[in-house]
Structures are given as structure tokens and as C-alpha cells.
Design a protein around this ligand. Structure first.
Ligand code: ADP
Length: 390
């Protein structure tokens, strides 16, 4: 923890301090500060014969948390940590500051010795640098762990909500499929092998219905598994209660000039009673920026772009970004979400083909879906879903 190479030979004393005057010298490895440091060390060595003190040298590169704790803005910096009060000297005139302060530091140490019967017989209660540094390190560690715990709790909460949402999503196709199968079963006469009350066309429709809904369930499960893999393995999100309408407006304000440059019209259809969503604001912002950026890029001058938000079910909100630009051919609608995939047609345009794959990872981490549809009048419409906040 402490940079042992920097510690003076008598540093062993620090675990059993012999003097109340304890100093910390913060240094860095910059060659430019080397000379100033040497002069300072020589002067400190000279002071040692005037009054004993303990000195610990700390490399800020190795122990940044200590520099942060002492709120240091420059190095080298000399901190008197004992006797209290703590005092920090820093700056290009550090040496002359030390010359000024030294008599007062020495007096305070002598007073401390008189008042506190130094050296203390109870060495366990004697403050020393090693304990002090360890204490700071531990408090930093506790702070970090607390933050991590909060984040994990948030993730768990998010998963709970998502599970409730997915259970709801699965129930609809499952119920439809069950009704179809039950109708077939009820009307089936086991002795004759006929279903007297059902026409052959109706039987066929019920079978198709059961099959289609089972396929829906299968697709949902595939989505969930992919999302679970994607979100845990790659992308960390910090979901919170989010007003999507406000975020959308904010993104539009930031990108407005781009649409103006191409004389494109930007329309919005955002309902007033939109529920909050449970999502990571920065990540959702990235998705909106990417989609709007693409709409702007792949739509001709004078074209129209529209953002529309729908409260699709009680569990999900759907955001769509549509344009009347070049559109995406049917056969490429899956592939454009792969990393580095770009349509041949667009390879001379700026870009790396990573925007949509990132959007997909972000939306999957929210257990949502993202896809593209064609638009009747030409162009494309990218949509994604996010969970509603409850
Ligand atoms: P980039 O735009 O950097 O190429 P993306 O991953 O955002 O990367 O998009 C992948 C490809 O999908 C683009 O190269 C383009 O061919 C196509 N594409 C994306 N958005 C649109 C759109 N709104 N209209 C037409 N094609 C699009």
C-alpha cells in the first residue's frame, strides 16, 4: 500500500511512534518535480537535528485515495498530520513555507509532549501513519462496496420487474393457445373420431392458432435468453424511473440543427399520459441519438422524420423513429443489427456499422426488443420497447 521504496530508513519507527510530530510528504514521479523534492528532503533532514519527527513519503500515483482524502491539488505537498490541527503546505514556495511554519510545528509538538505524557505508555492507542493510511483505505473500500451494493440491489429490482413483465407477456399467447386446444378437446368425440360441432375449416383455424401462439412463446423465450446473456455478459445498465417524453425532447433539441441543415421536417407524436419507463437514461439517449442520426443520414434533403411513442401494453412502451428515406430491404432487416454490417448501397456514407448493434445490446439489456419495418410510402421505421415503471 505505502510505496516502500520511498520510505526513509527509520520508517520502522512509524508503527511505534517516538515523537508526536508526524509528517506526510506527497510526491509524484514527474522529473520536473525531482529537483524541488531533493531540496525539500535535504532541508527536512537538516530539521531532524532540531526536533525529531516522523516522515512518510507517499507516491500519489500509487495511493490516489490518500491525495483525494487530503484534497491535494499539487505535489509535492507536506502535510502535518499530528499533533492536530492538520496542516497542508504546497506550492512552488513550499520550502519557505516550511521555514516559516517549522518553529510553530516544533512548539506544538513540545506542548503536546507536556500535555499528554509522551511517549505514551499505551502504544496501542498512539496514532501512527500506518494505522491512519489503513483507516482511509478501508473507508474508501467501504464507500466503494456500498455503491456496488446499491447498484446490485437496483439490478435485482430491475430483474424482478422484468420477470413480472415477461410473465405477463407469456401469459397472453399461452392463454390463446390453451383456449384453442381446449375447444378442440371438448368437441372431440373419442368414439367416432369426429368433432360434430366444429367445421373442418374451424378445426384448422384452431390448430393454426395454437401453433402460432406456441411459436410466439418460443420467440419470447429466445428473446429472454439472448437478453439475459447480453445484459449480464457485456453491458451494465443503471435503470431508474425515466420520463421518456422529456428525454426525447432533450435529444431532439440537441440534434435539431442537423435536420435543419438538410431541410428535413421532424414530427413528434408523444402522448401526454405516457407512463414513466424503467430504464438507463444515458443508454436510452444513445439509442435515440443513433436512430435519429441514421434517419437524418439515410433520408434525402427535404424528407420527413417522425418520432412516435405508444403505450403498447400495461407493461411496455414502444418508441418508433420513422423516415421516408432509402428504407431497408427485407432481406437485410436482421443483419443490419449485426456489428459492422452496412448495406452495400451506403458504404460511401460516413459510419462504421456499429450504431444499430449497440442499440440492440442496450435494448436487450432492458429486456426489450428492437426491429425495423418498412413504411408503406417508402423509408423505414425503427422501433424499440422499454419496460414501464411501476
Ligand atoms: P452506420 O450508420 O454507421 O453505417 P448503423 O449500425 O447505424 O451503422 O447502421 C447499419 C446500416 O443500416 C447502415 O449502414 C445503413 O445501411 C442501414 N440503415 C440504418 N438506419 C437506416 C435508415 N434509417 N434508413 C436506411 N438504412 C438505414
Amino acid at each position: 500500500m505505502v510505496n516502500r521504496d520511498c520510505i526513509p530508513a527509520d520508517a520502522e519507527k512509524l508503527t511505534h511512534p517516538q515523537t508526536p510530530l508526524q509528517l506526510l510528504l506527497f510526491v509524484d514521479q514527474r522529473p520536473s518535480s525531482h529537483e524541488q523534492l531533493q531540496r525539500l528532503l535535504a532541508y527536512l533532514e537538516h530539521l531532524r537535528s532540531d526536533y525529531p519527527f516522523e516522515l512518510e513519503i507517499v507516491d500519489v500515483g500509487q495511493q490516489p485515495y490518500l491525495a483525494e482524502h487530503f484534497k491535494l491539488v499539487a505535489t509535492p505537498a507536506l502535510v502535518k498530520i499530528h499533533p492536530p490541527p492538520r496542516q497542508t503546505l504546497a506550492g512552488s514556495n513550499l520550502l519557505s513555507q516550511l521555514q516559516d511554519w517549522w518553529p510553530r510545528w516544533k512548539n506544538s509538538a513540545e506542548d503536546y509532549v507536556k500535555l499528554h505524557e509522551w511517549p505514551s505508555t499505551n502504544t496501542q492507542n498512539t496514532p501512527c501513519f500506518a494505522d491512519f493510511a489503513e483507516l482511509i483505505r478501508l473507508s474508501e473500500e467501504i464507500f466503494r462496496l456500498k455503491k456496488e451494493k446499491e447498484e446490485l440491489q437496483q439490478q435485482l429490482q430491475f430483474k424482478d420487474r422484468i420477470i413480472a413483465m415477461l410473465a405477463h407477456d407469456l401469459r397472453n399467447p399461452l392463454t390463446a393457445s390453451l383456449i384453442a386446444l381446449e375447444t378442440l378437446e371438448k368437441n372431440y368425440n373419442i368414439e367416432t373420431g369426429f368433432s360434430p360441432k366444429l367445421t373442418p375449416a374451424l378445426i384448422m383455424r384452431l390448430i393454426k392458432q395454437a401453433r402460432m401462439q406456441s411459436l410466439n412463446i418460443e420467440r419470447l423465450i429466445t428473446d429472454i435468453l439472448q437478453a439475459a446473456q447480453g445484459s449480464c455478459a457485456e453491458l451494465r445498465i443503471l435503470p431508474k424511473k425515466l420520463d421518456l417524453a422529456v428525454l426525447c425532447q432533450d435529444v431532439i433539441d440537441c440534434l435539431k440543427h442537423r435536420f435543419e441543415t438538410k431541410s428535413q421536417e421532424l414530427k413528434t407524436d408523444i402522448p401526454n399520459d405516457l407512463p414513466f419507463v424503467y430504464a438507463d437514461p444515458e443508454r436510452v439517449r444513445q439509442v435515440l441519438v443513433n436512430l435519429l442520426d441514421n434517419a437524418n443520414k439515410y433520408t434525402q434533403e427535404g424528407g420527413t422524420i417522425e418520432i412516435c411513442i405508444l403505450h403498447r401494453t400495461t407493461q411496455k412502451v414502444q418508441v418508433s423513429v420513422g423516415d421516408n428515406g432509402l428504407g431497408v430491404p427485407e432481406e437485410d432487416r436482421e443483419a443490419i443489427f449485426e456489428e459492422h454490417y452496412r448495406l452495400k448501397r451506403d458504404r460511401d456514407k460516413e459510419g462504421y456499422g456499429i450504431g444499430l448493434s449497440l442499440c440492440q445490446r442496450i435494448i436487450r439489456a432492458h429486456y426489450g426488443r428492437i426491429w425495423v419495418d418498412s413504411v408503406a410510402k417508402g423509408g423505414s421505421c425503427f422501433s424499440f420497447t422499454l419496460p414501464v415503471y411501476r
